[in-house]
Ligand binder design. Structure first.
Ligand code: G3H
Ligand code: 13P
Ligand code: ZN
Ligand code: NA
Length: 308
């Protein structure tokens, strides 16, 4: 069934694991992710950015996810990733999503609260849950491009007032992750002390980690070997994600790793089969790579296998 994250997050918090939130843009991505989750019996969040909605169209994505629910029988949450306006959130709520993110992190604290509360009031009326964000991640957040110098860690002193005033269901925080395939120049470092402090202020409250791809070296190497050019790509080490999942983090967002697996596999396929031009030939191994990656994430990193 199509579900909210309420139950998923409660169990994840208590069980010391996290649910994977994977970005979807087309049929092969939906299939790869959901087939993996089915094989390891994992609850799942599929998320759609405004860019994905522009690319594939709301109804197509909705129907692909409905098809995946019929095929797998899994509890799946359909979530708007980085909604930036009330209107966009409303459109997704009215259109059948069970969860939305209102990302007011580029506004002032007061404006962020006001916008978040407006979305929460509308969403809760319709049984939809809401994620908000405090603090700024470096990198590209859909419409919002935050440069490294403007990035800011979440201030633990702000979280209680924010959550109480808005009534939001989960909170994305900034502790050193960023979007995309180039997350750290030197040694990866996350501020687990800030996460710890936030969870003290918000007991039992689910925290969300964006920018959590590991930028799997195997796929970066594959891309670079077969004509790509991504020097210095680096992500969040898996042991850090395991640590976050064992703490208050209940949702871990992954998009870049899917893109890298898809692109690496297709580049390799074309290099090895230069005469092929049937999309089913190169999209089959690409879909299989996504499935393999998601299965490994669920079992080795998130720990949500057999929790559906
Ligand atoms: O937050 C970024 C996600 O990876 C979605 O990316 O806006 O290019 O679809 P996108
Ligand atoms: P990555 O770029 O690390 O995959 O992060 C995705 C994300 O946070 C989507 O909201
Ligand atoms: Zn994000
Ligand atoms: Na957790």
């Amino acid at each position: 069934p199509l579900v909210t994250t309420k139950d998923m997050f409660k169990k994840a918090y208590e069980g010391g694991y996290a649910i994977g939130a994977f970005n979807v843009n087309n049929m092969e991505i939906v299939q790869g992710i959901t087939e993996a989750a089915k094989e390891v019996n994992a609850p799942l969040i599929l998320q759609v950015s405004s860019g994905a909605r522009k690319y594939a169209n709301h109804t197509y994505l909705m129907k692909l996810v409905e098809a995946a629910i019929i095929e797998t029988g899994l509890p799946i949450c359909l979530h708007l990733d980085h909604g930036d306006t009330f209107e966009l959130c409303k459109s997704c709520i009215d259109g059948g999503f069970t969860s939305v993110m209102i990302d007011g992190s580029h506004h002032s604290f007061k404006e962020n609260m006001k916008l978040t509360k407006q979305v929460v009031d509308y969403a809760h009326d319709k049984g939809v849950v809401v994620e908000a964000e405090l603090g700024k991640l470096a990198g590209i957040e859909d419409a919002v491009n935050v440069s490294e110098k403007d990035a800011a860690f979440t201030d633990p002193d702000e979280v209680e007032e924010f959550v109480k005033t808005t009534g939001v269901d989960s909170l994305a925080i900034a502790i050193g992750t960023s979007h995309g395939a180039f997350k750290f120049k030197g040694e990866p470092k996350l501020r687990f002390d800030i996460l710890e402090e936030i969870s003290k202020r918000l007991p039992q409250f689910p925290i969300v980690l964006h920018g959590a791809s590991s930028v799997i070296p195997e796929y970066v190497e594959m891309i670079n070997k077969f004509g790509g050019d991504m020097p210095g790509a680096q992500g969040v080490p898996e042991d850090m994600l395991r640590k976050a999942a064992s703490m208050a983090v209940c949702k871990i967002n992954i998009d870049s790793d899917l893109r890298l697996a898809l692109t690496g596999t297709i580049r390799k396929y074309f290099a090895e089969n230069p005469s092929h031009f049937d999309p089913r030939q190169y999209l089959s191994p690409a879909r299989a790579a996504i499935k393999d990656l998601v299965k490994k994430k669920i079992v080795n990193v998130l720990g949500c296998d057999n929790k559906a």
